[in-house]
Design a binder for this molecule. Structure first.
Ligand SMILES: [Zn+2]
Length: 430
């Protein structure tokens, strides 16, 4: 049997078989950590070298981003000649940490995304327009492309190009699939509509990096915009690059599945205790079958939950619900706890808001949110006061509103990182 075969979705196996498979892979993973990872050799020294059950996973220590920053190279578990690709992740100290991928890890990533894309409805032979970068050490971009190739579809790597250029490809090639950040895809859709262009060939839109749904699974404003242009196409995918794991919505669009043999998710409360299905906590992932940088119980910093019960699609893997926010980004504004995503969803819902970002400063007891907005000149009714009121209606928090030029907004959002950045946390900057 081929090791990573995306056309044989193991999620459809009976629960007991998945459990058996994961138990075997978990123990092989522990062995690899113990034998080959200098960091984990030390961490696991106090655990007897025996077989463990999946339930015992919660007895093992958590791995934090700060461990990466402190012990970087010691996480790498293969000799240098086996490293095929070197990526980076931003460390907690600002020093980028290395992630080493072997050839097998790259094949594993391709399998991971191909499995997700297939479950979302992509098909062999589809042409797929990729609107995210593959360079700048951005592993997810490479993983999406390899996933498209692995499932037997065709990648069109137009990358971080202009809206006009993507529209031109949509007209000329009529691709069936598209991969990108929802806010960018929504911008593309608005451009197509405004110019009377027919970009309706897309059947599957894989949305990355920004929420597409709320916790109750209803579509966010961006999700609605995509869905009204490409009915039923928008599917969310969540990836945590350190763990080389991705969760993609199947055609039920009720939470994301990961390939059954690649990762074990847990949701933990503030004290590190495992939470039951349905409860919101921090997503902690144990990736399986990773060679270069194997991890045990990695804290993603993302807040989410497992959707209770089985999925109607018939897969028996857990479903990760929409990401609620970043743990570190939880704001306290005049006594209300709120994630930045609540503000962005409110702003996405205001027609005429062209681009925006949030700045948060903090006094000791309360955070102060400033919403920096550029307005489409075709909407003279929008003033900073009107925006403030509309945001307050949805969030129950009245932020400061600052009007900025489109250039300023774009520079903030797209100028600093590989992903669009709309949240600037100035709380700890003196
Ligand atoms: Zn499903």
């Amino acid at each position: 049997m081929q090791k990573f075969d995306c056309h044989n979705d193991l999620g459809f196996l009976p629960k007991e078989e998945i459990h058996k498979l994961q138990t075997a892979l978990f123990n092989a993973h522990l062995k690899h950590l113990r034998n080959d990872s200098p960091y984990y050799r030390e961490v696991l020294a106090r655990f007897p070298d025996r077989e463990y059950s999946l339930e015992e996973l919660q007895d093992f220590p958590i791995t934090d981003k700060s461990d990466f920053a402190d012990f970087g190279q010691q996480f790498i578990a293969v000799p240098r000649e086996q490293i095929a690709d070197l990526g980076f992740t931003s460390g907690t100290t600002g020093v980028p940490c290395q992630i080493a991928y072997t050839k097998n890890d790259l094949a594993r990533l391709a399998y991971s995304d191909a499995t997700g894309f297939l479950s979302a409805g992509m098909k062999p032979g589809d042409r797929v327009l990729l609107t995210c970068t593959m360079d700048r050490c951005f592993i997810a971009g490479l993983a999406y492309f390899s996933g498209v190739v692995a499932l037997g579809a065709t990648g069109i790597r137009n990358g971080l190009n202009t809206v006009e250029s993507h529209a031109e490809i949509l007209m000329r090639i009529k691709p069936e699939g598209i991969v990108g950040v929802p806010s960018f895809l929504a911008r593309l859709v608005r451009y197509l509509e405004k110019n009377g262009l027919d970009g309706h060939s897309v059947r599957t839109a894989m949305c990355i990096g920004e929420p597409l749904r709320r916790s109750d699974l209803s579509l966010t404003e961006l999700g609605e915009q995509l869905n009204s242009y490409w009915p039923g196409a928008a599917h969310s995918t969540y990836a945590a690059s350190e763990t080389q794991s991705s969760f993609a919505e199947c055609n039920e669009c009720a939470g994301g599945h990961a390939a059954a043999d690649l990762v074990i998710p847990e949701i933990l409360d503030q004290n590190g205790n495992r939470l039951p299905e349905g409860e919101i906590g921090e997503i902690v992932l144990t990736p399986l079958q990773v060679e270069g940088l194997p991890l045990l119980r990695f804290r993603t910093g993302d807040m989410g939950f497992i959707i209770p019960g089985d999925c109607a699609c018939g897969r028996h893997t857990p479903r990760l619900g929409p990401i609620v926010g970043r743990k570190a980004q939880l704001l306290k504004v005049h006594g209300t706890s709120i994630y930045p995503a609540t503000f962005t969803a409110a702003l996405d819902a205001i027609p005429g808001v062209d681009e925006y970002y949030l700045e948060v400063t903090g006094a000791e007891l309360s955070d102060e949110v400033t919403v920096c907005v550029s307005i489409d000149p075709g909407h003279p009714e929008l003033s900073s006061e009107v925006i403030r009121e509309r945001v307050a209606t949805r969030t129950r928090v009245k932020p400061k509103v600052k009007l900025v030029t489109l250039e300023d907004a774009r520079l903030h959002v797209y100028g600093r990182s590989r992903k669009p950045t709309r949240f600037f946390d100035l709380r700890n900057i003196k």
